[in-house]
Design a protein around this ligand. Structure first.
Ligand SMILES: [Zn+2]
Length: 260
């Protein structure tokens, strides 16, 4: 049996280098600041693209990893542009889960008809590989790794999803303190975003994060969803934790924004 690395608290998975930065870069940076062991997994190289190359993309992904402070970024080396939720690809991704044994799996989710179809396939692959990861009597399909059940699955919705999702539950992580790290981690993908395009992406991402955050009383936030309702052992803790509450000495009407 091969020697296994330390378990991860969180593993975030998306098809292309730059997806995770745009989707949940602020949360990744925040989790790392909070002391959690976080890994990033890109399913493909992201190449070919019009102005990129394998070497450039690798260098940019590494620069983004450093910008977010992430200790681990792996590439699953599945094919870009033709990524499919196939049995072979499920085996490869499940092998990553069995190797790093994350407590929480974050998967980019949704269908993006105006962008790469890989995004939807990555969503399906993440769910399927999570299921495969726990299966017994198939160790030879997973490089001899032992079965591992990933306890929690969290969706990170792609912007411009073709559908209005009715997730069982959604929540927003306050990324006000890490939004600049997120922007920097996107900016380093210069082969994908020249200065003008980066400004547009920054505006779009900043606006989406500003809106998501504002709904919960944060300056910036990233939206996540669960495939089940949120279980709460304590209603008060859950509600208090979900948004900042004005302290009692703040005069009525001055503690909240209208949308807070
Ligand atoms: Zn992408």
């Amino acid at each position: 049996m091969p020697e296994l690395p330390d378990r991860l608290d969180v593993l975030a998975v998306a098809p292309h280098p730059d997806d995770l930065e745009i989707l949940c870069g602020g949360t990744i940076a925040k989790l790392i600041k909070q002391g959690y062991r976080v890994g990033m997994a890109d399913l493909t190289s992201g190449e070919p693209t019009p102005r990129g190359s394998l070497e450039t993309r690798k260098r940019e992904a590494e620069a983004a990893r450093v910008a977010l402070g992430s200790p681990l970024r792996i590439n699953v080396e599945l094919p870009n542009r033709v990524l499919m939720d196939s049995p072979e690809n499920r085996f490869k991704l499940a092998t990553v889960f069995r190797t790093y044994r994350p407590g929480i799996l974050i998967v980019g989710a949704g269908r993006t008809p105006a962008a790469s179809p890989d995004h939807h396939q990555g969503h399906l692959l993440g769910e399927a590989a999570r299921f495969y990861s726990q299966l017994t009597k198939w160790d030879e399909r997973f490089a001899g790794t032992a079965p591992y059940r990933v306890p929690h699955l969290v969706y990170c919705p792609f912007p411009f999803d073709a559908e209005q999702r009715n997730w069982h539950s959604t929540f927003v992580v306050d990324i006000s303190d890490t939004i600049e790290q997120k922007f920097e981690a996107i900016r380093v993908y210069e082969s994908q975003f020249d200065a003008e395009r980066f400004e547009r992406v920054k505006h779009m991402v900043g606006s989406a994060n500003g809106y998501a955050g504002a709904r919960c009383g944060f300056r910036y936030g990233e939206l996540f969803a669960l495939p089940h309702p949120v279980g709460a052992p304590d209603l008060v803790t859950l509600v208090h934790g979900s948004k900042p509450t004005a302290p009692p000495d703040v005069p009525i009407g001055q503690g909240h924004l209208p949308m807070g």
